[in-house]
Write a protein that binds this ligand. Structure first.
Ligand code: PBG
Length: 327
């Protein structure tokens, strides 16, 4: 061994490791998902997502307040309507549950970033992400409904619209509806490369959005494909997306890295419910130490190239970052 070449030299103590650290994370990059239920006076823990809660619109500001205290000021809102139907009409109701949640937060906290998830699966009786023709998602019938949903969320105070239905052309449809109705300043954070993943299980319980038959493989992406993700991202960029997203995160770090190289747009990664639930469950079983596992998983996503991370651990992470536990 050549003794003058010694990588360990730069690892000898914490401050020196901090000096040469390559991946630096900030609470500013974190987005916290919130689930709003169409009820009153509710703050109820979600069984499939320990530590996460359902809030009614009249109490959702409590979640914002607590998050701000932790240093998190960006939120992604999902709605659980009281009634579902074939077309998911609750999604674009101006008085709908997510619109009420957005409005309540917007009134009280004008400076926070509010992102609305735009999809129909929480609102349709069949649990699919758009209008069905037989058992197949009808793209053309779905697009105007996604556009209406996006518009109603912009009107309720969303800064960014996050379409997650994986319908072709959804970004263009939403962009033109927003522009036409005077919301040119409302941005689009597109779930560009969203895979048909097994890791959404706990979310589907939390959002009551499991499909009543079949699966989402005819619209969400095949986990075997990487080039297709680059194609989806390029299409979304051309259609006017302001930010792109890869989802899930941990099993798709290669996709994040490749997308990062192929675009200049900000890139988000969504560390989904199953990723959170796995760490929680393993920690509860005494198999891993939750806190460092959370930190390490998170660093890997930023190291791969994400600029923005949507995560159920946002508050704990923001604290860990401020404490200096993550660099
Ligand atoms: C809506 C949507 C889903 C998630 C985010 N938006 C569920 C799905 O596509 O089945 C999953 C989020 C998570 O698992 O944390 N379409």
């Amino acid at each position: 061994m050549n003794e003058s070449i010694c990588p360990r030299r730069l690892r000898s103590f914490s401050a020196l490791r901090g000096l040469v650290r390559e991946t630096r994370v900030s609470p500013q990059s974190l987005v916290y998902p919130l689930f709003v239920v169409e009820e009153q006076n509710v703050r109820r823990e979600i069984p499939s997502l320990p530590g996460q809660f359902h809030y009614s619109p009249d109490r959702v500001c409590e979640a914002v307040e607590e998050s701000l205290a932790h240093g998190v000021n960006k939120f992604l809102l999902f709605g659980l309507p009281a009634h579902k139907d074939e077309t998911g009409s609750g999604a674009w109701n101006p008085q709908g549950v997510v619109q009420q949640g957005l409005w309540a937060i917007r009134q009280r906290y004008p400076q926070v970033v509010l992102i609305g998830d735009v999809c129909l699966c929480e609102y349709t009786s069949h649990g699919h992400c758009g209008i069905l023709e037989g058992e197949v998602l009808d793209n053309d019938k779905t697009l105007p409904l996604l556009a209406k949903t996006a518009l109603s969320q912009a009107q309720a105070g969303a800064d960014l619209i996050a379409p997650s239905a994986m319908a072709d052309g959804q970004v263009r449809a939403i962009r033109s509806a927003l522009d036409r109705e005077g919301f040119a300043q409302t941005g689009i954070l597109s779930y560009s490369a969203k895979y048909a993943s097994a890791f959404y299980g706990p979310f589907r319980d939390a959002a009551g959005s499991a499909p009543s038959f079949g699966d989402r493989k005819s619209y969400q992406m095949d986990p075997h494909n990487l080039r297709e993700a680059l194609r989806e991202c390029a299409l979304d960029e051309a259609e006017g997306a302001d930010c792109l997203m890869v989802k899930p995160a941990l099993s798709y770090l290669d996709v994040i890295a490749k997308v990062r190289q192929s675009t200049h747009l900000p890139l988000a990664a969504y560390s989904v419910s199953g990723e959170y639930a796995m760490i929680k469950a393993a920690a509860r079983a005494g198999l891993i130490d939750e806190y460092p596992a959370m930190c390490e998983a998170t660093v890997s996503i930023f190291r791969a190239g994400a600029d923005i991370l949507i995560t159920y651990y946002a508050r704990e992470l923001a604290k860990a970052i401020v404490k200096g536990d993550m660099g």
